[in-house]
Design a protein around this ligand. Structure first.
Ligand SMILES: CC(C)(COP(=O)(O)OP(=O)(O)OC[C@H]1O[C@@H](n2cnc3c(N)ncnc32)[C@H](O)[C@@H]1O)[C@@H](O)C(=O)NCCC(=O)NCCS
Ligand SMILES: Nc1ncnc2c1ncn2[C@@H]1O[C@H](COP(=O)(O)OP(=O)(O)OP(=O)(O)O)[C@@H](O)[C@H]1O
Length: 202
């Protein structure tokens, strides 16, 4: 198991995946909460059965997978449904992230979690790295990627920590306001730092 865990966080569309892909290229093991969140709702899982019972058959596609568009619409317009889904999934996601972190073997490992601050998960990590862009950039990038309207993205952002709140928890910050290749030197620099810190930890 890697002894040193770096948590990456950032709002929707901030560039967490673009950053963690670069650490992965350097040989660092990545545990990604968005991927884990999909694993815990595999077709035929207990969680999917509970979701179908709560939201009705429209919440599932004919192949047994979640209808993610339907659910996104449902939970981000109904606080009680969002709380219900979060209460079901967040403990499962947390458990599965812990299992995957234990399997990591690289010098340090990365835990990428959109809701690291919101769900008070900073105690799971040794260091918090925030991927930072302004809200207008988040909106533009997330809406062009996900084919969601800016109103939908704004609504999701309203359920996440503010930029200032997130930055107040940061040990390190990556500025992703420029073109993607400006991430490379920032990731390289932090990689060297994390290699050093993980050695001190031993
Ligand atoms: C509602 C669902 C089905 C919509 O699926 P969809 O494919 O449209 O979104 P996806 O999972 O790719 O999430 C995209 C982004 O939305 C944001 N987001 C997702 N869920 C939440 C949430 N409960 N609260 C705040 N932001 C959220 C995150 O920034 C995330 O990166 C899905 O987001 C979900 O299962 N959410 C509950 C689990 C969760 O909290 N996941 C995110 C962090 S672990
Ligand atoms: N510096 C950049 N310049 C232009 N586009 C970018 C940049 N960084 C990321 N993107 C694009 O913006 C979108 C969001 O980036 P990415 O998926 O890495 O964010 P994320 O934080 O993982 O998002 P989410 O939390 O929504 O999953 C993607 O389509 C990505 O290709």
């Amino acid at each position: 198991m890697s002894d040193f865990i770096v948590g990456i966080t950032g709002g929707i569309g901030s560039g967490k995946t673009a950053v963690s892909d670069r650490f992965a290229k350097l040989g660092i093991d990545i545990v990604d909460a968005d991927i884990v969140a999909r694993e815990v709702v595999a077709p035929d899982s207990q969680a999917v059965a509970e979701i179908a019972a709560h939201f009705g058959p429209n919440a599932l596609l004919s192949d047994g997978n979640l209808d993610r568009m339907y659910l996104r619409q449902a939970v981000f317009s109904s606080p009680s449904d969002k709380t219900w889904l979060d209460n079901l999934l967040h403990p499962l996601i947390r458990q599965q992230m812990l299992t995957q972190v234990k399997q990591a073997t690289s010098a340090y490992c990365i835990l990428s979690v959109p809701l690291l601050i919101e769900n008070q998960l900073t105690s799971m990590v040794d260091r918090t790295l925030v991927v930072d862009v302004d809200e207008a950039t988040q909106l533009a990038r997330a809406s062009s990627r996900d084919l969601q309207t800016e109103t939908q993205i704004k609504n999701i952002m309203a359920h996440q920590a503010s930029r200032a709140e997130r930055l107040s928890h940061a040990d390190d910050v990556i500025d992703n306001s420029g073109p993607e290749d400006q991430l490379d030197p920032q990731v390289q620099k932090l990689h060297q730092l994390y290699l050093k810190l993980s050695q001190v930890q031993h």
